[in-house]
Write a protein that binds this ligand. Sequence first.
Ligand code: ZN
Ligand code: FE
Length: 254
Amino acid sequence: MLTILQLPVLNDNYIYLIHDPVSGEAAAVDPALAQPVLDVLEEKGWQLTCILNTHHHSDHIGGNLELKQKTGCTIIAAHADQHRIPGFDHGLGDGDLITLGKHAIRIISTPGHTSGHIVYHFTEEQALFCGDTLFVMGCGRLFEGTAEQMWCSLQKLKVLPVATRIYCAHEYTQANGRFALTVEPGNLQLQQRMTVIDQLRAKHLPTVPSTIAQELATNPFFREDSWALQETIKMMSRKPVEVFAQIRRLKDNS
Ligand code: ZN
Ligand code: FE
């Protein structure tokens, strides 16, 4: 069993620290800052062995160099992003396999938010570290990719085992859920989920992780095939990718 710690930093980012007690290895996913990670490492007596970056944005790589300098960790990121990941050591692409101790991690390339974005799927552990590709009830903005690319990327995540836990890099859930209700107001599970989310956020508690099952039921960017949603946004009988693109546009302008 891996231990997964979730560190809220900056306005709404999460850094994840993953520790394997058997091998003693520890990974930090998207360390926006070094100090909160160093504090936990010291408190727990863990040694950081690697950083797993999902993409090059500053709120995901800000702690890279300081952590590398202070811990000697290896920095792992998409091969395609080697020129823009500080301290880059080792490049990965779609389908590559790495390990943390004996735990397999499969790399899935998910262009859309950025061209080089990758996600880390801990296959036996059923945990997905998905950066800014998939959010709870949302998906990343299209900074370097097309709607078609992002839609294809999300199709790869949609088919993961439904129990897979979704560890995304931002706490955007409440705003995402409010938007989701505007495009699918009759979705009962969505309504119920928002009640729970509002209660959690009133107490400043995290809404992450989610699961693939929960996202299939409530995330509009996983639900372009919903007739009710298509009717609400007046995109009946259109191609799934066109419906998706329209949901993304509506969210951008909301
Ligand atoms: Zn980003
Ligand atoms: Fe981000």
